[in-house]
Design a protein around this ligand. Structure first.
Ligand code: AHR
Length: 507
């Protein structure tokens, strides 16, 4: 057992939390769409063929925005293939995942699905094989009210009202050698600039994200951001980041695995530095915001995914990572870190939602269940509301080769002045020792009462949820929270993720 302190002060905010930090991602990839969200004939399917069990779990997950239709798939996608009568839609070769795309789910059905689960859509335009002309037409089809060929085409497809899709990605991972029609930074920067210009002419209310590097360790990281923004800085609103956390065979320690929280904090801060350097060069006071629109653990189901597979299968089993208790802890720690960057990080999408590196798994014709990583995400999405406060952490730590001493405690605190509710999110990275934690909520109101206290811990860090044992790793009550005025005392189990929610007591 060891002791640690966490202090926040009402007068030291980071920023209001943008709830779009709890986004997810649905790509036409493997079984994410087909037999994931959509499976006509499934016992729980509703009239449009969407799985009711997956819709229920998606609502429980509490995601706020969903990126669609890719990913790499976006760079070869013709949106026109996925609208209009289903029986007339073409079957296409998907070169991103060497699969056959049936187009039975497209733009309009996905907007319907978003409405049914209460999530805002975030769409992307194809800047791989296509460009500004397709992008402006796609936006006109989606968002223009009526009276033009494309808006009237949408209406003829049964969608009288415009979809009003606000957030758009300008392509996907355009720096990646695997990308369909990869670009150089100057090619992409110009393409993003002109595409953004036309899209804002069609609908000035849209928010646009340019592609940053596809990973922090891409050899062109930094240079890519700088060159791209040199062209499109004025036209775009966000720059994207993508990160998949791995466990290299050369270093399988949990301590190193959890240090990826610091790696990704540095990724965010370095990206802000590059964006702000471009602003300085342009004598601009504009501050670009970040969209971390792909992030998750992904290393087990990651071999040969870009290789040609025989037979161009429909909805093959791809990227079906089975998550462990250890992964859930890293996801929880990442969420605390991302909340603590709320001043510049406004959007983030856990990649993806179902089956493909997802918090939800399904079997065709069978059950749907929560993976381990579902739980920290759902808890954060439920309780993190209001303003993020700057956490002052005093905690013993462990030595890390890259970053020196890392505190065992990772934490974020979000306070909702309107309701007097404060949520504290805590990761104890110590693998064997419990933590005695004193939390001071300075200036947030003295007389407090407990609203919720949960912990996620499993003695076996390799434990996973499966169809047979769907609740092996699940949150339990965190007992023994002592409230004394502005101070809370809690005991955190070793290797545990915890949420403590209190509010100002009503007299
Ligand atoms: O999420 C899986 C894939 O990872 C996405 O299609 C791509 O953008 C990234 O490389």
């Amino acid at each position: 057992m060891f002791s640690a302190q966490l202090t926040v002060d009402r007068d030291f905010p980071v920023a209001p939390l943008d709830r779009r930090l709890f986004g997810v991602f649905v790509e036409h990839l493997g079984r994410c769409v087909y037999t994931g969200i959509y499976e006509p004939g499934h016992p729980t399917a509703e009239e449009q063929g969407f799985r009711g069990d997956v819709m229920a779990l998606t609502k429980e997950l509490g995601a706020t925005i969903v990126r669609y239709p890719g990913g790499n798939f976006m760079s070869g996608y013709n949106w026109e293939d996925g609208v209009g009568p289903k029986e007339q839609r073409p079957r296409r070769l998907d070169l991103a995942w060497f699969s056959t795309e049936t187009n039975q789910v497209g733009t309009n059905e996905f907007v319907d699905w978003c409405g049914k689960v209460g999530i805002a859509p975030m769409y992307g335009v194809n800047l791989g094989t296509r460009g500004p002309d397709e992008a402006r037409h796609y936006l006109e089809y989606c968002n223009h009210p009526s009276g033009t060929a494309l808006s009237d085409l949408r209406r003829s497809h049964g969608y009288e009202q415009p979809h009003g899709i606000r957030f758009w990605c300008l392509g996907n991972e355009m720096d990646g050698p695997w990308q369909i029609c990869r670009k150089t930074p100057d090619e992409y920067g110009r393409l993003a600039q002109e595409t953004a210009k036309l899209m804002k002419m069609v609908d000035p209310t849209v928010e646009l994200a340019a592609c940053g590097s596809s990973a922090y360790d891409m050899p062109t990281y930094g240079v890519w951001e700088d060159r791209v923004l040199e062209h499109c800085f004025e036209q775009v609103d966000y720059l994207s980041l993508h990160s998949y956390f791995v466990k290299p065979p050369t270093d399988t320690s949990s301590e190193s695995f959890f240090a990826q929280i610091e790696t990704n904090a540095r990724y965010i801060e370095d990206t802000i530095a590059v964006a702000d350097a471009v602003a300085a060069r342009k004598r601009s006071s504009k501050r670009l915001m970040l969209s971390f629109d792909e992030w998750n653990v992904w290393y087990r189901a990651r071999h040969g995914e870009h290789m040609k597979r025989e037979g161009w299968p429909e909805a093959p089993r791809l990227l079906e990572e089975v998550y462990t208790a250890e992964d859930a802890l890293l996801i929880g720690g990442m969420l605390t870190m991302m909340m603590n960057h709320a001043d510049r990080l406004k959007v983030a999408c856990l990649a993806q939602l179902v089956n493909v590196i997802g918090p939800i798994m399904t079997e065709p014709g069978g059950p749907a269940w929560r993976q381990t990583i579902f739980h920290p995400f759902a808890q954060a999405a439920r309780w993190a509301r209001g303003t993020v406060l700057r956490p002052a952490i005093q905690s013993p730590g462990y030595a890390n080769e890259k970053y020196g001493e890392l505190p065992y405690l990772c934490a974020s605190v979000v306070d909702d002045r309107a309701t007097g509710t404060t949520a504290v999110f805590l990761l104890n990275r110590h693998l064997s020792d419990a933590m005695n934690l004193c939390i001071t909520l300075r200036g947030l109101g003295g007389e407090r009462e407990l609203v919720a206290a949960k912990q996620l811990h499993h003695a076996d860090l390799e434990a996973a949820n499966t169809a047979a044992e769907p609740d092996k790793v699940a949150p339990t009550a965190l007992g023994g929270v002592v409230i004394d005025g502005e101070q809370l005392q809690v005991r955190l189990l070793p290797a545990s993720w915890n949420v403590v929610v209190t509010r100002v007591a009503r007299s």
